[in-house]
Design a protein around this ligand. Structure first.
Ligand SMILES: *Cc1c(COP(=O)(O)O)cnc(C)c1O
Length: 402
């Protein structure tokens, strides 16, 4: 696995903007978007990019320019999408555990809303009645996803309205004459198995008759991408085919047709992103060598939080003799990016490139140890564009009275 951005361009970006630096490849995002559009061409679909994966407004704007809609997980993401110029009818707010005030704000902005609790649905009904079509997020009680931390649809999950409460849900809808346009489920992240989506939709098919005004089935996101070389990606074409078969097998009354929405985050932006860092120190440690880099869990927490594998390329020595390394961060906590990893020989000062850093990379970064968050650069048509400056010392002091 070599980066899809030429090595000399990554080196040039590192020297112009310093390290560590996040670099995103626009054409890779486009390729992923087109893969989804082709895979689902058999259905009437709309894709909403789950912008929490990477919220930089230049990325949001770029995806929107390709025709992609935007899914948000907070009112501030809604505001960022609108600020980026996305039309409200192309923005979706899938909330969980939020105050009703945020739902009111989203309605005022005119964006689509999915509600995930009976209490907020009731407040919504009392205030808006039938006037504002809305979605409900259901919990289908399905176990799916790469690991429990990113599995959201199982029978102990906090997300969504448990399907067994359908009776109460229906009572609230009837009592307040709520226009339920969308049924939503999102079962987790890193799903490669098409059957999970089919299982999800079968749960929904049982519920559809309860909602005569339904127009949309929203199946969330969670398509897996390869992290380890040779690893499987979600077979989105097969997911598309299987969903089409499932829909054909469940014809709705009066020839009603439902639109299908998806909310992929990782699938669209994971592989486009690279975190480029510099090696500060080498230490011999038995038969391995510790390579300490100038980044850590403050910038890319996935290896530590989810035990995620991130492929590493030594940009300064692509084809050298391989040795065994432990790659670690500079934070005062154990922040290991890789153990027992064979890499072309590393020297202090070399540039290491972490792959699959586009999704939940910069986005989950922090100022831990009073380090700055890195710069972000987008490469488009072979040209590097700075889309976020590295933080500076003033950023650490802003908001703090002298
Ligand atoms: C996180 C999330 C997504 C995106 O998940 P990915 O694994 O990045 O595709 C989509 N929808 C909802 C509601 C989410 O919370």
């Amino acid at each position: 696995m070599t980066p899809s951005i030429p090595t000399n361009l990554l080196q040039q970006i590192a020297s112009t903007y310093g390290t560590p630096v996040y670099v995103y490849h626009a054409e890779k995002i486009k390729q992923q978007y087109e893969t989804l559009i082709n895979a689902f061409s058999v259905l009437d679909i709309r894709i909403f990019y789950a912008s929490k994966a990477l919220t930089n407004i230049h990325i949001v704007r770029y995806l929107n320019s390709l025709g992609c809609n935007i899914d948000c997980s907070s009112i501030n993401e809604v505001k960022l999408a609108l600020h980026a110029g996305v039309a409200p009818e192309n923005v979706l707010y899938t909330s969980n555990g939020i105050s009703f005030a945020e739902i009111e704000e989203a309605v005022e902005a005119g964006v689509h809303v999915n509600i995930d609790s009976l209490s907020n649905l009731e407040k919504f009904g009392k205030k808006y009645g039938h006037s504002y079509p809305v979605g409900v997020r259901l919990r289908p009680n399905i176990m799916a996803g790469g690991n429990i931390k990113i599995s959201t649809g199982h029978n102990k999950s906090k997300f969504g309205i448990p399907v067994e409460q359908i009776g109460e849900l229906e009572a609230i809808v009837k009592a307040n004459n709520i226009f339920i346009r969308t049924l939503h489920i999102h079962t987790g992240s890193e799903i490669k198995d098409a059957d999970v989506f089919v299982k999800g939709i079968e749960v929904l098919f049982d519920l559809i008759p309860h909602f005569p005004e339904l127009e949309v089935i929203d199946l969330g996101g969670g398509f897996k991408v390869p992290y380890i070389p040779g690893e499987k990606t979600a077979d989105v074409a097969s997911i598309g085919q299987k969903l089409k078969q499932a829909f054909d097998a469940h014809p709705l009354a009066n020839n009603r047709k439902l639109q299908v929405w998806f909310e992929p985050g990782k699938f669209l932006v994971s592989e486009c992103g690279y975190l480029v860092a510099e090696v500060n120190v080498l230490k011999q440690n038995g038969d391995t060598i510790i390579a300490g880099v100038n980044t850590g869990l403050n910038h890319l927490i996935r290896p530590m939080m989810y035990d995620a594998y991130h492929h590493i390329t030594n940009l300064s020595n692509l084809n050298g003799t391989e040795k065994k390394y432990m790659v670690t961060g500079y934070i005062c906590e154990t922040d290991t990016f890789a153990s027992d990893r064979l890499l072309p020989e590393i020297k202090e000062g070399d540039l290491l490139c972490f792959h699959n850093a586009g999704a939940y990379g910069f986005e989950m970064s922090s100022n831990y140890n009073s380090r700055y968050r890195p710069a972000e650069v987008m490469v488009k048509n072979g040209e590097a564009i700075l889309i976020r400056k590295r933080e500076s010392f003033d950023d650490l002091l802003k908001n703090i009275p002298a």
